[in-house]
Design a protein around this ligand. Structure first.
Ligand code: SF4
Ligand code: SF4
Length: 475
């Protein structure tokens, strides 16, 4: 039996005692390998470069949770826009469901950061330092020598440096590149939280990308677990054509074929598809939860088929129906429902954004006493304003109350007239309302507050209306 023959009931990455079997997937060349490498290069470049991209002077993509500031390619969202994130998550989530229903785990194999970084960066480093799969395996089994120590030290130093770069780029999406540059240039004592975050994140990335690897996909990834319920017989997956491939050329099958003068399948039983698999499975056993659809086995088998002068595609992208000689239906209900949710969410998000005002205001009563009495006749109410400029322009705001109450003696008092809002910033200000006690009815009064946006670059004057409830003593 070949050493690559897997146990029928055990995970490929565990031995008979349940201990981890470390994998050394062999290198592969071919059509999919070439295109995956190209895509990985583009994705890694974008991941590293995106935080440094500016649109109108603001970071193109920023998810600053602590300051509740979010930037999406020119669109600024603040804490009060949080409900819109539901649409963003629905588009991302159902978009992924749609992809899976049609093309299986194409995300895992082609674009998941776990696969992209392990395959595109960490395994490359490993290969440069320790050599191809067989040499790496020999080195792992060899006793500790100076040469092994040097290679291992170099590899782990390179891994650590790479993890640090990834962590810093990752952090830039959450704190912004300006704050990140500040943190890097200042002492850790001034940024203990961020310093610890970087240390822990680097350690987690190092552990996962350098050592844990396929175990994360098998044990921890929730998407890997529920992808089987998103797919059906029509979904395109990486699959072995058993009708064409079996009976594979095992010694027993060869003997039987000789005896009965029957034909063998196209699979020469070379185990090349198993050797290149980064999760260690044998695709000839059918669709398995561990398979991340990386296509390595397609390229490996195509190479073997070409050498044995047989048609390529013994392992290929196909659906269960396709393998059975039937036509898959891509316009079926399941992906269409997922697509409908994506379209509805995208439409709702676009509409919500199109009606979103450049300036938004929240008016809250201040936490001090509900009102202050000045002499016997005048009442003061104190409010807190939170004004958010969601546009790329500076806005200047003035505050007006109804003419009828102003004529009756009500005054709005703010520190600045106009109040200038810098682009993309949230500004907080105090608003005092001073009015004659005689305006109160049963200790209360409702007035309309008009926040007028008198930005000089704006052609039309915009007005935001807010209702204020004033309180005071009962007459
Ligand atoms: S690489 Fe192809 S021929 Fe070789 S064992 Fe796998 S399926 Fe069979
Ligand atoms: S079975 Fe093939 S597609 Fe699936 S993970 Fe292994 S090599 Fe990649």
């Amino acid at each position: 039996m070949s050493s690559f023959e897997l146990h029928p009931e055990r995970l490929a990455t565990t031995d008979e005692k349940g201990k981890r079997v470390y994998l050394f997937p062999a290198d592969v060349r071919g059509f999919f390998r070439t295109w995956r490498s190209r895509l990985q290069f583009v994705l890694i470049f974008f991941f590293l470069a995106l935080p440094w991209l500016r649109i109108d002077g603001r970071q193109a993509l920023l998810l600053d949770i602590s300051r509740r500031e979010f930037e999406f390619f020119g669109l600024s969202l603040r804490a009060h826009n949080a409900p819109l994130l539901v649409f963003v998550f629905a588009i991302a989530g159902f978009g992924l469901f749609f992809l899976t229903a049609l093309w299986g785990r194409v995300w895992c194999g082609w674009a998941c950061p776990q696969t992209v970084f392990i395959d595109g960066v960490y395994r490359r480093i490993e290969r440069w330092i320790e050599g191809p799969a067989l040499e790496r395996k020999r080195l792992a089994q060899a006793p500790w020598t100076l040469k092994k120590l040097a290679k291992r030290s170099l590899k782990w130093m390179a891994f650590t440096l790479t993890s640090l770069i990834i962590t810093h780029s990752f952090l830039a999406y959450f704190v912004g590149t300006d704050r990140l540059a500040e943190m890097i240039s200042s002492s850790p004592r001034e940024n203990w939280g961020s310093f610890l975050f970087i240390l822990v994140s680097t350690a987690v990335i190092l552990f996962d990308f350098a050592w844990f690897r396929e175990q994360f996909c098998i044990i921890a990834c929730p998407y890997g677990r529920f992808q089987s319920i998103l797919m059906d017989d029509h979904s395109t997956i990486v699959a072995f054509d058993s009708k064409r491939g079996e009976p594979r050329a095992t010694p027993q099958a060869k003997a039987l074929a000789k005896t009965h003068n029957s034909k063998l399948g196209d699979c020469v039983n070379c185990y090349r598809c198993v050797q290149v698999c980064p999760v260690g499975i044998d695709i000839r056993r059918g669709t398995q939860m561990e398979c991340i659809a990386c296509t390595a086995c397609i390229d490996a088998c195509d190479e073997v088929m070409t050498k044995t002068k047989k048609p390529t595609g013994l392992i290929r992208y196909d659906s269960a129906r396709g393998l059975a000689g039937k036509k898959p239906n891509h316009l079926r209900a399941r992906p269409l429902v997922y697509l409908a949710v994506v379209v509805i969410s995208a439409g709702s998000l676009s509409y919500a954004l199109s009606v979103m005002k450049p300036v938004d205001a929240t008016v809250l009563r201040a936490k001090d006493a509900p009102y202050e009495l000045v002499g016997d006749t005048t009442v003061i109410n104190h409010f807190k304003l939170e004004l958010s400029n969601q546009s790329n322009e500076v806005h200047a705001l003035t505050f007006e109350a109804d003419r009828s109450v102003v004529e009756a003696g009500l005054q709005l008092i703010t520190p600045h007239r106009p109040l200038v809002l810098e682009k993309g910033k949230v500004t907080r200000a105090d608003l005092f309302v001073r009015f004659p006690k005689s305006l109160l009815k049963n200790g209360g009064l409702k007035i309309a507050l008009a926040i007028e946006d008198s930005s000089p670059t704006q052609k039309k004057k915009e007005t935001l209306k807010k209702e204020l409830t004033l309180v005071g003593p009962f007459n």
